[in-house]
Design a protein around this ligand. Structure first.
Ligand code: SF4
Ligand code: SF4
Length: 313
């Protein structure tokens, strides 16, 4: 794929989440992290993801065998009415005959190749609905995973006076980070745990680069808004010790705002559609009491805390 083209797995218009005002959210494929609670696991690889939506499959009623017949790699078999997919055969598949063969959209591909022009056409179309205070938010996945495509689209938005926000892990080379955010107005930077070993255990990467990038930008003269964002995951990062360490880190950098997100189980169905077991399947949503408790700790450090993904500004 040329660097002027990108893989986008979803676009949500008219959203009130992830930035000020009404926004178009651009979900970009590819991510260097593997968070165990991820709500968008189809974004992990920068390639099409094969989703199997069991509720749409008619095999139980019609003894359908279309996908098995179509697959040139013998990746599909059946256990009665159940469709079994040997995913290791699919990793290098580029033809996806099974998807074309399935007439019920039980097998679908996540991801669409778009040029910068394609994406700008969608953004221009949505623009009339934002009014004065909205814009575009790049999320994913990790938008930096497609850094050339991202930067080119950001530049085009800047030329068109479009407000840009970005949700990032900031797990990216600092030079690339600084070079790109000159075209960004608002940054959500995820900070998942202050402890390096725990961060590595649940996300697959260490946190040093992330902390370094937050520090670099907080100490720079970048004129945009930086908002550190922490998803609250029970038993991982919701203990007082970690919350205090996060608050101390922010306060030392004069960062006076944090956005905390309660845990939800929305990723469960997508993990299933990808043939994976969701590790947080039986976890409960974070209680309002727990969120209030965490917010109070931040306030002790003079760090304002807003809850949820609706941006109250
Ligand atoms: S993605 Fe390719 S290998 Fe996998 S089931 Fe479909 S056709 Fe077969
Ligand atoms: S082709 Fe589609 S509907 Fe038929 S068995 Fe396969 S997944 Fe199910």
């Amino acid at each position: 794929m040329p660097e002027t083209e990108g893989l986008v797995f979803d676009i949500q218009g008219y959203s009130v989440h992830d930035g000020p005002g009404c926004r178009s959210l651009i979900f970009m494929s590819g991510c260097p992290l593997r968070c165990r609670w991820c709500a968008n696991p189809e974004s992990w690889e920068k390639k099409y993801a094969l989703l199997f939506r069991e509720t749409k499959c008619i095999r139980a009623k019609r003894s359908c065998v279309r996908c098995q017949k179509a697959c040139p790699r013998e990746a599909i078999s059946y256990d009665g009415s159940k469709v079994l997919i040997e995913r290791r055969h699919c990793r290098t598949c580029e033809s996806f005959e099974c998807v074309a063969a399935c007439l019920n959209e039980a097998l679908v591909l996540s991801g669409k190749v778009m040029s910068v022009d394609d994406l700008m056409r969608v953004i221009d179309r949505d623009r009339q609905y934002w009014r004065g205070d909205g814009g575009v938010t790049f999320t994913g996945g990790e938008p930096f995973f497609q850094k050339e495509f991202l930067k080119e689209t950001l530049k085009r938005c800047r030329e068109a006076y479009i407000h840009t926000a970005m949700e990032t892990t900031s797990f990216v080379d600092t030079k690339v980070f600084l070079d790109t955010i000159q075209y960004v107005d608002w940054l959500f930077v995820d900070l998942k745990h202050m402890d390096n070993a725990k961060h590595l255990e649940k996300t697959g990467v260490k946190n040093e680069l992330i902390l370094q990038n937050i520090k670099t930008i907080a100490e720079s003269d970048w004129p945009g808004t930086i908002m550190v964002r922490t998803p609250i995951i029970e038993g991982f990062n919701d203990d007082d010790e970690n919350i205090r360490a996060t608050a101390e880190f922010l306060a030392a950098l004069d960062l006076t705002e944090i956005n905390i997100l309660p845990f939800h189980r929305l990723g469960d169905s997508k993990w299933k559609q990808l043939g994976m077991e969701y590790p947080y399947r039986y976890s409960e949503a974070t209680s309002p009491e727990k969120m209030d408790h965490i917010a109070q700790i931040f306030r002790q450090y003079k760090v304002n805390c807003y809850l949820g993904s609706i941006t109250p500004f």
